[in-house]
Design a protein around this ligand. Structure first.
Ligand code: NDP
Ligand SMILES: N[C@@H](CC=O)C(=O)O
Ligand code: NA
Length: 402
């Protein structure tokens, strides 16, 4: 799906074919009460068919029958398959069919999807890209009554204005936006935070390891043994395992963690009493791990990983310095509501600290310190990156619409 000019802003209730919101709600109630006769259809448009997108399609197509969802659109950046009645695709056929399909602009697809929104039919736009352009479409999509589900962090961690337009559009049209996989992949981090806030708990601090890539890197690079694998080799493996962002520099700058912290911060209303909400992830103090010799270069992802090997000695030094203090390196993030601090940093932890001992693979660990969960925090831990667990988080958001 190609996105170019400014997206249109349709009038919500006129889009549904109803003159007023009240008429629309009345028709919706009627449809619900006769739902045993004609079950509600949920039409799904999927944009982005990379690692997470392909796995999402596979999970969606293998839901037990009767599958309550039908896929009406599939888009890569160059091709779009669209059928208002639902695409005739299988797990084996969709890739081939998509590569033969023509391009469709995002504006065109938006208009087509908006026509499908009816009291008897929900429409969901699933964004599995990491595109800012696609993220900027959420407010007009939501205004048209189209739900948005995504693991893409851009809209929720970038310009605060975009985030506020998303909230406003969702509140006005009633269309939902769900973004569980933007933090901790499929782990229930956003839903837990929303539940804590909605039930009146007071969040004091959230801290943890929020990056599957950084977790994998330091669990293997700084494991407490003398020596060990080189830094660049573990980065390479993290990329091969599908943990990194499309460009691994986005992980190593700490930006990915800063984005996750900005997202969490924006869902904690009481933080505003201490500090302004992050205007964007750039306003979160963040330690970058990019060697200074590479920082100003624009390198492809492949070249970046190759050139990283030139700096392995620097990282070896950091590892042995920590070990001399009996400590391990871990990349952590914190949203400290009481102190008004949001930051992402590489830190040293004693070998018996949970961040040092209990993590393996791409594990994230997230500790919620709240009024109710005190002095012992509520802890969520598990794989925090990878296609299967990320797509699962997107699927679980989709299932929430039922
Ligand atoms: N991988 C992981 O563990 C996790 C990933 N995420 C998030 O999930 C998202 C997807 O990640 P991942 O699958 O790993 O990344 P990939 O790079 O594998 O996939 C992204 C896809 O988006 C497509 N794309 C880019 N721009 C557009 C566009 N304008 N219209 C349609 N398609 C487009 C690209 O396709 P094309 O070839 O057509 O350009 C590419 O295949 C990202 O936002 C990431 O941050 C979140 C949690 C964990
Ligand atoms: N690159 C990210 C993917 C999930 O958000 C990470 O490593 O955590
Ligand atoms: Na999550």
């Amino acid at each position: 799906m190609s996105s170019s000019s400014a997206p249109p802003q349709p009038e919500p209730c006129l889009q549904y074919g109803y003159a007023t919101r009240a008429e629309f709600e009345a028709a919706k109630t009627q449809t619900t009460s006769t739902s045993s006769v004609s079950p509600r259809v949920i039409s799904v448009a999927v944009t982005g068919v990379g690692l997470v997108g392909s796995e999402f399609i596979s999970q969606l197509l293998s839901l037990a029958s009767p599958n309550p969802f039908r896929i009406v659109a599939l888009s890569s950046s160059k091709h779009t398959l669209f059928s208002p009645q639902g695409l005739k695709i299988t797990a084996e056929s969709w890739k081939d069919l998509l590569t033969k399909a023509p391009a469709k602009s995002s504006e065109e697809l938006h208009q087509e999807l908006a026509k499908l929104v009816k009291p008897s039919q929900d429409v969901v736009f699933v964004d599995n890209t990491s595109s800012e352009n696609i993220a900027s479409l959420y407010p007009p999509l939501l205004s048209s009554g189209i739900h948005v589900i995504t693991p893409n962090k851009k809209a929720f961690s970038g310009d605060l204005g975009l985030f506020e337009r998303i909230l406003a559009a969702s509140a006005e049209s009633g269309a939902k936006f769900l973004n569980e996989s933007t933090v901790g992949a499929g782990l229930p981090v956003i839903s837990t935070l929303k539940d804590l806030v909605a039930t009146g708990d007071k969040v004091r601090k959230i801290e943890g390891v929020f990056s599957g890539t950084m977790s994998y890197i330091f669990n293997n690079f700084s494991s407490g043994e003398q020596g060990g694998p080189s830094f660049s080799s573990v980065v390479r493996i993290a990329r091969e395992k599908g943990y990194t962002e499309p460009h691994p520099a986005d992980d190593l700058t700490g930006s990915d963690v800063a984005r996750k912290l900005a997202i969490l911060a924006r869902f904690i209303p009481s933080l505003k009493e201490k500090v302004p909400l992050p205007a964007g992830y750039q306003s979160v103090p963040t330690t970058s791990l990019i060697p200074s010799g590479l920082a100003s270069l624009t390198l492809s992802a492949d070249d970046f990983v190759s050139r990283l090997a030139e700096y392995d000695v620097e990282f070896d030094q950091k590892r042995s310095d920590a070990l001399k203090e009996g400590a391990l390196l871990r990349y952590v993030g914190v949203v400290d509501v009481e102190e008004g601090i949001v930051k992402a940093d590489l830190q040293k932890y004693p070998k018996n600290h949970p961040f040092a001992t209990s993590l393996g693979g791409s594990d994230n660990i997230i500790m919620f310190h709240t009024e109710r969960y005190s002095p012992r925090p509520l802890i969520i831990q598990g794989a925090g990156a990878g296609a299967a667990v990320t797509a699962m988080g997107v699927m679980s958001d989709l299932l929430k619409l039922l």
